[in-house]
Design a protein around this ligand. Structure first.
Ligand SMILES: Nc1ncnc2c1ncn2[C@@H]1O[C@H](COP(=O)(O)OP(=O)(O)OP(=O)(O)O)[C@@H](O)[C@H]1O
Length: 509
């Protein structure tokens, strides 16, 4: 792998005879004078997509009107440079004497649908700051660490084989532009990410970024969970996703996008937040889930239609529609420990917890992973059995911890990152098609949970035993044995990155 320096994005042939003068403003860098700013129009990383050009001369350089304001949120990196456009540090000098030193600022601009790192040379008025470069770094990375050390796990099969290209062309340039230390590994077999996470030297990295669908983060979390020093690993390393797979619920919910370049910027700028996990036990095996567990229509339509994978995401919608229309039912025994059972109680819980933005570092200890409920013992007295009339006629059983399960599908619009609960959605297979249709059609808005046909609760734990011989149980989109499962919340058991310290807003707010 090339070193970080050799990967560094090339400073374009900017002619900085007189770099534009700029000052540090409240929300970004304000460029005062753009008349002397030129750039090379033939450079790949040119400003052509974003700046309006006013004139062109014979040697190919274009006089540009340039940006007037570069918001701190868009700034990736900054460094002092000398008259030869070399970094002062690289040129062996770290002394800045000028009142208006030349600096190179790398920021993101949108080119088509992608964010592209774009360098600009500016002469910045120090306005009394001892070190303007340090000051710009500070303002550009408030609440988070700059120059992060990131291990990227790319699933070469993810996103129908497009993951590597998506990562290389869209995410990586943004991370490199931010002077992050980026180590890339390709997963080579099913559950390789679990093996990597279980044996990783945790001192080397701040973040594991899964350039994949939701399967690889599921594996990384389980690799950590299997470590003897798991509390240390979960405390030390933040786990996030760069959306390069077919199902990117983690990025949709945490970064608010399924675009790998926007997610990379979000990764750089977001706060680290504790995330509740769900401990799932089957027999003597316990694993962790960050997204969902499902039995019934949704599991059948996701895992049960693997053979129709060539249809892409539409196989899922077709599967759901078919199963609902045919009123498929999935009898189970289900007992639940509720946190907020009725819709009114749930609304109250949501209103109380959604305003608490927890960006403080909550220490994870080994106790965090102690199960409170014996998965193989009798059902505790304070759990409630779901009425047999409903559980014998189950249509959808779906529990979730993140609001978006796919682009534009807010299946769990009331999900919160660390409220110590997860959401349960249940439907009755006998519900008439006329009444189910509006429910399914309102998934994009998340308003299905308000329909009377849908039971929606906040829960702490449950046990589910399927009564059929064959069927599908999906955990975070992966297939698990179709047998009894007991699940309980593990409050704040992992760390992830969230824009503004919370999930993307849904229509439930
Ligand atoms: N090199 C590999 N060969 C085979 N399987 C792999 C490889 N790398 C990762 N996997 C498996 O691919 C599965 C799906 O991964 P992921 O969620 O990242 O992709 P995806 O594009 O969303 O795919 P899917 O549509 O299958 O969910 C995971 O179970 C993971 O173990």
């Amino acid at each position: 792998m090339p070193s970080f320096d050799s990967q560094r994005i090339k400073l374009m042939d900017t002619v900085s005879v007189n770099p534009p003068r700029a000052i540090i403003g409240d929300t970004g860098i304000i460029i005062k004078d753009q008349s002397s700013f030129y750039y090379n129009q033939h450079d790949n990383a040119s400003f052509s997509s974003c700046l309006s050009c006013s004139s062109s001369n014979s040697n190919g350089t274009v006089k540009s009107s340039g940006p007037k304001h570069i918001p701190f949120v868009d700034i990736l990196s900054v460094r002092y440079i000398n008259e030869n456009n070399e970094s002062l540090l690289e040129a062996g000098s770290s002394t800045v004497t000028s009142d208006e030193p030349d600096v190179e600022v790398v920021f993101v601009r949108q080119k088509g649908k992608t964010l592209v790192p774009t360098p600009i040379i500016l002469s910045i008025d120090t306005l009394g700051h001892d070190d303007v470069v340090q000051e710009i770094w500070r303002l550009s990375y408030q609440g988070t660490k700059p120059r992060k050390s990131i291990l990227v796990l790319v699933n070469p099969h993810g996103g129908k084989g497009k993951a590597i290209n998506s990562f290389l062309t869209q995410s990586k340039p943004v991370l490199i532009g931010a002077q992050a230390s980026v180590e890339v590994r390709h997963t080579q077999y099913y559950q390789h990410a679990t093996d990597i996470a279980r044996t990783l030297n945790i001192d080397k990295y701040d973040i594991i970024a899964c350039a994949s669908g939701d399967g690889v983060p599921h594996e990384v979390l389980n690799g950590f969970y299997q470590r003897s020093d798991r509390a240390e690993a979960f405390n030390k390393i933040t786990i996030t996703q760069l959306p390069c797979g077919s199902g990117n619920a983690m990025s949709e919910s945490c970064h608010g996008t399924n675009n790998p370049s926007f997610a990379a910027l979000s990764l750089l700028k977001s706060s680290t937040v504790n995330l509740d996990l769900m401990a799932c036990t089957q027999g003597d095996k316990t694993y962790v889930s960050f997204l969902s567990q499902t039995v019934g229509v949704i599991a059948d339509s996701d895992i049960g239609t693997e053979a129709l994978r060539w249809l892409g995401p539409s196989r899922f919608e077709l599967g759901v529609a078919y199963k609902v229309l045919s009123r498929s039912r999935y009898p189970c025994d289900i007992s639940v420990k509720y946190a907020a059972k009725s819709k009114n109680e749930l609304r109250q819980h949501f209103d109380e917890h959604s305003t608490i933005v927890s960006t403080k570092d909550i220490q994870i200890t080994e106790d965090t992973y102690n199960l409170k409920y014996d998965p193989n013992g009798p059902i505790p007295d304070d759990w409630e059995e779901i009425d047999k009339d409903l559980s014998e006629n189950l249509g959808i059983f779906y529990t979730g911890k993140m609001p978006y399960i796919a682009k534009d599908v807010q299946f769990f619009p009331a999900a919160l990152p660390n409220d110590g609960t997860f959401d349960l959605v249940i439907t009755d297979a006998r519900t008439s098609i006329a009444r189910m249709a509006p429910t399914l059609l309102s998934l994009d808005q998340g308003s299905h949970v308000l329909q009377p046909e849908v039971q929606h609760s906040k829960i702490i734990a449950y046990r589910l035993t399927p009564k059929q011989q064959h069927g599908y149980l999906s955990v975070d989109g992966e297939s698990y044995p179709f047998e009894t499962i007991q699940v309980e919340i593990l409050p704040g058991a992992a760390k992830t990155l969230l824009r503004n310290g919370t999930y993307v807003e849904t229509n439930f707010y």
